[in-house]
Write a protein that binds this ligand. Structure first.
Ligand code: PMP
Length: 317
């Protein structure tokens, strides 16, 4: 039976206490069938379709885990404001979960973050503090640190770059799901690095299951890039949760090749993915071309509809 048919979804239709949070995780694994035609028949390539999360991205997982953990530890109480720096997806996740659980949410993000995201954040009732776009995500992080330092008791600052509950969301979720969905056949795991939570948590879990699983980290090929959500680690603040000894390889991908792949996946596979997802598929494809057999899984952090006004989709003809 095909692995795709094996996807386990939670029992969404059962009535009970659970709100939107119960729909986080258990995302489908989708096989790339047409763009992989030139590969050895013994090579399978899949994407983990994280846009199936209710907030539309992989970041629902860590946001929910950081909030849940803080509630359990008594760090997040109803009088606190959730604050963080985010390139968008984590913010949407905080805003969605915050609304569902009755928290006020404040977010610092670079002023050039795309308009749809800002609208969606405001739709969920989040307050936005826009920072200098030239400083990218790092500028937004510095702004949060300033605000929290000035009034520490007012805020709950999940600090996704340094919070172990970020990578643990993937260790207890994404990694186990991929292992089960591939029936333990996964040989390569490919993920872009933003906070590095996806790579660290999923990677640790997969290496525990099978130390031969190779972990391929994806990063932009230059400091100035259009791969939203990804960091060029040599020139950015390195996240505290990043362990440089974990990845087996680092693949550098250009914005142009990610754009080309995003178009190809839409047209050839019917998969409308985000730009960092397309970058991960570029890296996965390079790996797949270099092996004669294996099961390559790439993370698709979000879907193409998050980037609908990006010049990428403004096309000739
Ligand atoms: N792609 C997108 C679109 C993202 O929003 C993020 C999160 N910043 C990533 C990739 C990277 O994921 P992580 O933070 O787990 O490294």
């Amino acid at each position: 039976m095909s692995v795709c048919a094996e996807v386990r979804r939670p029992p969404h239709t059962v009535a009970g206490e659970g709100g939107i949070e119960q729909l986080i995780g258990n995302t489908p694994l989708i096989r790339l069938r047409r763009v992989s035609r030139h590969l050895s028949p013994a090579v399978e390539i899949y994407i983990k379709a994280e846009w199936f999360n209710p907030g539309g991205s992989v970041k629902d997982r860590p946001a929910w885990n950081m909030i849940r953990t803080a509630e359990e530890q008594g760090l997040l109480t109803s009088d606190k404001v959730i604050i963080d720096a985010t390139s968008g997806n984590t913010g949407i996740a905080y805003a969605m979960i915050g609304a569902a659980r009755g928290y006020r949410v404040q977010l610092c993000l670079p002023a050039n973050a795309n308009a749809e995201r800002k609208r969606m954040l405001r739709a969920f009732g989040a307050e936005l503090i826009l920072t200098d776009p030239r400083e990218q995500t790092d500028g937004a992080i510095r702004k949060v640190q300033e605000l929290v330092a000035a009034d520490p008791d007012r805020y709950f600052y999940p600090d996704q770059y340094n919070n172990p509950a970020n990578w643990q969301a993937h260790y207890y979720g994404t990694g186990i799901e991929i292992w089960q969905q591939t029936e333990g056949r996964v040989t390569h795991f490919v993920a872009g690095m933003g906070t590095t939570g996806t790579l660290m948590g999923t990677g640790r879990r997969l290496k525990e299951y099978n130390p031969h699983v190779r972990l391929i980290a994806v990063q932009p090929d230059s400091p100035f890039h259009g791969l939203e959500g990804l960091k060029h680690l040599e020139t950015a603040i390195v996240p505290g949760i990043y362990d440089p000894t974990l990845p087996d390889e680092i693949a550098e991908i250009s914005t142009e090749s990610a754009h080309a792949m995003a178009r190809l996946l839409a047209r050839e596979e019917g998969l409308f993915v985000g730009i960092s997802a397309a970058a991960a598929v570029c890296a996965a494809m390079k790996v797949a071309e270099s092996i004669s057999s294996g099961v390559v899984v790439a993370i698709a952090p979000d879907g193409g509809s998050r980037y609908i006004t990006d010049p990428l989709w403004e096309e000739e003809g």
